[in-house]
Write a protein that binds this ligand. Sequence first.
Ligand code: M6R
Length: 611
Amino acid sequence: MCGIVGYIGNNAVADVLLNGLKNLEYRGYDSSGIALNDNHTIEVYKASGKLGNLYQLYAKHQPQMANAHQGIGHIRWATHGKATIENAHPHISNDGKLVLVHNGIIENYKELRNKLENQGFVFHSETDTETAVHLIDREYKLCHNLETAVIRAIKQLKGAFAFCIMHADETDKIIAVRKNAPLIIGIGKDENFIASDIPALIGKTNQILHLNDEEIAIVHKSHVEVKDTKGNTLNKTIEKIEFSPEVISKAGYKHFMLKEINEQPAILRKILQKHLPKAEDRVALADSKLNIDLSQVRNITFVACGTSLHAAYIAKATWEKWLNIPVEVVAASEFIYRYNLTDEHSLVIGISQSGETADTITAIKQAKEHNAQLIILTNREDSSITHYSANVIPLEAGIEVSVAATKSFMAQLAALYWTGMYLSEQKDNQNKFLPLKRELYEIPALMEEILSDLSDIKRMGEKLSKFKQIFYIARGIMLPIAMEGALKIKEISYINANAYASGELKHGPIALLDKDTAVIPVLAQGAVYEKTLSNCEEAKARQANIFALSNNDKDKEAALFDEAIIIPEVAEDLSPLLMCLPLQLLAYFAADELGREIDQPRNLAKSVTVE
Ligand code: M6R
């Protein structure tokens, strides 16, 4: 949540900062701002609302910004205080000389604010961040050295932070520091960059330096020094990243979400080639790292949030029977406050697309403290969550820009299939799952078949956009897919959609059904298909409109349904991999019909770095 950027070099600073912020918009879009250090004077420009408002402000003031050679910028997802200009970053000291941007939450800000106010510092915002500015400023006035002031101040802060800090009198540097919030340094030639995440640096540099917690980078134009909080210089390795500008372009699609949905067959093909090069062979680890002693494992717990949590529920449905070990799935935000029974006989698996989700990171941290074995599944191998275990399984979905997760969800499912198979083959020391593996190979082509003609799904999505309430119903392995479908349509179209185990309808939710409600049964042929049909009958009898998603051809003409989308049939265990596509597309087309801001839905951000 919140994106921060910094730049020191000879190029037009404001352009570099605004460009960087544009590529970090997925992290928040409530307000934005930049600060420039121009000839010992700090200029701050802030706007509430979308980044476009800051661009407009910039257009008016462009000539005043021409001579600056260093600057910092911020895009906000509001936590403390509304999305107003006063609360927008950068925040500035009372003498107008020290300025900073922040991502994270300062937990002891109230107590610090009281002290600082008693000492005469004047606050202009409701944010926790402003406390940090005055705190560093107080230290600066004592030592007259920005680096020392920052080190002294951060020792007094509790919580999470990534800061970029500038002082009008120290025009040769920007200070960057982090604790439990991401921050990277981009190394250029006679210019250097700071950013919350790689997209801000794409097209600028591919040389990256990762900062660890409580490391301080002193970023000059010609070089970067990294120190610990005792002032010792650290030897950091510069890494090369491979991202090209195309990964953050829409490539002709109307929205990133649609582009990312369409990328799924190619992503799955790539994953299968890597981990299941031949169906007849055992699942390969490829270059993923996994060192698990399964003989010690008596229980498996998945911790995750949102879409990643739904992927975990799907894994539970297969892993329990493949491994014969009890599996539970817990929302990370619940795991961290419950009585923790995890021990050395537990395998705890954290799933996070971003690898920066605060709740999931805390859950993994706690499991580690309880001596559990850990596995991390993430789309970002460079993310904070990977610091807690060497057992990292990369999702390999590529950068996902749309706030609504699509391709990363499918890649999570794929990773959970191959990892579950891998562990099961290890446990029993034999090659297993031949029919399933063979069928997996068919799925990318079947995905392409679904994507080749979207007319029916589009029409159904447009119809759904007219409803105020949508019920997704399913049983067994399709229930988490229904939950994911409901989440997807809710977050981008703002229609109230909820998923129910279809057998539970009659225990309460059925009271809500009438002729103005839509019900979406998610049907895969297998153990509970007929049972779900019976539940559809119950809904039909209450005059609900039934729009089915099914993999049974016969459902196309069934009188039970007002409409049905039919997708190809695959083994029940694999059906989530195919069914996620029409569900994502239904949400997309409903939201598009309603004219929603699909890639940046209101109130959301892509990485939720606060509890
Ligand atoms: O990065 P993570 O997978 O940890 O994120 C978890 C959720 O915040 C995320 O899946 C969220 O629910 C998405 N907006 C879903 O589209």
